[in-house]
Design a protein around this ligand. Structure first.
Ligand SMILES: [Fe+2]
Ligand SMILES: [Fe+2]
Length: 316
């Protein structure tokens, strides 16, 4: 099996208020990453159920061990995101409906689709994570560092563990289904479902979080919505939901294109995530975690006893 270690983390989201706009330098990114938190809860809940159902069909003990470690990591992710989202719900109670709706989308998948389809779903979506999260982690200085350290640390942990288990879902898929063309054929419906779930989250943000706090139209990540809003701005500006910057506007175009082509490549038959270019931050994160750093406060934690290096001077 691949080398992966489930780590349970507590970011202390109960201790004090968690702002919706957790990185005030980039409200579009704050909103988009909050939507990722909502999606993660539903998706990872689905994964845990899926692996429980699929496990009896895994005959190779190595793959079975991979599946258990993978499921544990995803379970921990789901729990931590739930704590993050619960903090947002305390502040904006209407978001409970939004969370229920997103989870409902994934519960429906569990109820109505085959194990093969959900294994393909998991393998397809997880395959995009390494190139996409590399873009985010390589730009930590603007996306994470200026933000609330609890929320930033939650995403850093989650994303580096996604890089760590980048091969797991494909290994499990290949062991049970083993049909690369099926995975590719299902991709369109899978990503339509992903986008539908993110859309539900973003619509909920627009509905339940006042513009004065979210600062942007949370739907602005959808190109079709931006086009529609441009028309509204001209003819009925009172119907618009706020400014429409994009989360990655400040990121180098070349890096964005690399992430996009990596995500497309990840869907092709024969894709092997082991060969992916990895973000430097992932290695650094694991080294620090093993050295005893408090990775729930990536940017503000003190160095552990006997470790001279202050976290803040080289946090990436
Ligand atoms: Fe995860
Ligand atoms: Fe994952």
């Amino acid at each position: 099996m691949t080398d992966l270690h489930p780590r349970k983390m507590d970011f202390g989201f109960e201790d004090s208020d968690v702002p919706f706009n957790w990185n005030p330098d980039n409200p579009a990114w704050s909103s988009m990453s909050n939507a990722v938190s909502f999606l993660a809860i539903g998706f990872e809940k689905m994964i845990v159920k899926l692996i429980m159902q699929a496990k009896p069909r895994i005959t190779d003990p190595e793959v079975a061990a991979e599946a258990v470690a993978f499921m544990r990591q995803e379970g921990h992710h789901s729990t931590a995101h739930r704590q993050h989202v619960n903090a947002l719900i305390r502040r904006y109670p209407g978001l409970q409906n939004t969370l229920d709706a997103v989870i409902g989308e994934f519960d429906l998948l569990t109820e109505r689709t085959s194990i093969e389809y959900r294994l393909a779903y998991t393998a397809d979506l997880e395959a995009t994570f390494t190139p996409v999260f590399k873009l985010m982690l390589d730009n930590e200085a603007t996306l994470f560092r200026p933000g609330d350290d609890r929320v930033a640390s939650l995403f850093l942990w989650h994303f580096v563990e996604e890089v760590e288990h980048r091969s797991s879902a494909l290994i499990i898929y290949n062991s049970i289904v083993g049909n690369e063309m099926y995975r590719m054929r299902m991709a369109a419906s899978i990503f339509a479902h992903v986008m539908k779930s993110i859309r539900i989250a973003c619509q909920g943000f627009n509905q339940h979080v006042p513009l004065s706090e979210r600062k942007v139209d949370s739907m602005s990540m959808f190109a079709r919505h931006r086009a529609k809003q441009r028309v509204l701005t001209a003819f009925a500006p009172y119907l618009t939901k706020g400014p429409m910057p994009r989360a990655f506007d400040g990121l180098p175009i070349r890096e964005q294109l690399t992430a996009l082509s990596g995500a497309v490549r990840s869907q092709l038959p024969g894709h092997n995530p082991e060969h992916e270019n990895l973000p430097v931050l992932a290695d650094r994160w694991f080294t620090r975690y093993d050295a005893g750093y408090d990775c729930t406060r990536w940017y503000t934690a003190e160095a552990p006893e006997g470790q001279g290096e202050p976290v803040t001077s080289g946090a990436n």
